[in-house]
Design a protein around this ligand. Structure first.
Ligand code: TYC
Length: 109
C-alpha cells in the first residue's frame, strides 16, 4: 500500500531525515572502573594506572586513593572496545605480578 502524498514529499531529503530518523548514532560510552582490594600495594596500583592509562603520577595517585577509600573509582570513559581492552590490560598486568587488582567496565547512563 502506498501512502497519500503530503507536503513533505517535496521537502529536501535532509530536512525530513535529520528530524525524524537520524542515521548516525553516537557510540555508547563505557566507564573503566578501578576496584579496591586488600592486597595490591598502593604504589603498584599507581604504577599500573600510569602505565596502562598514560596519566601523570599525581593523577594516578589521587585515583588510587579514591578507590582505596570509596571502594571503586572511574578511571576513564571510552568506546566499549577501548574500555574493555584497557580494563583487561590493567587486570592482566596485576595478575602477572601475583596481585588481585581488578578493573571492570560498565556502560554510561
Ligand atoms: N587497598 C589497597 C591497600 O591498602 C590499595 C589499593 C588501592 C588496592 C586501590 C586497589 O584499586 C585499589 N594495599
Amino acid at each position: 500500500m502506498t501512502d497519500s502524498p503530503t507536503l513533505l514529499d517535496d521537502a529536501p531529503e535532509i530536512e525530513r531525515g535529520t528530524i525524524t530518523e537520524p542515521k548516525v548514532e553516537k557510540p555508547r560510552l563505557y566507564k573503566v572502573i578501578l576496584l579496591n582490594d586488600d592486597y595490591t600495594p598502593r604504589d603498584f596500583v599507581t604504577m599500573v594506572l600510569c602505565a596502562v592509562f598514560r596519566i601523570p603520577t599525581d593523577t594516578a595517585h589521587r585515583l588510587m586513593m579514591t578507590a582505596h577509600r570509596m571502594g571503586s573509582c572511574v578511571v576513564t570513559v571510552a568506546t566499549r572496545e577501548i574500555a574493555e581492552e584497557k580494563a583487561k590490560e590493567g587486570t592482566d598486568l596485576a595478575k602477572s605480578e601475583g596481585f588481585p587488582l581488578m578493573f571492570t567496565t560498565e556502560p554510561e547512563e
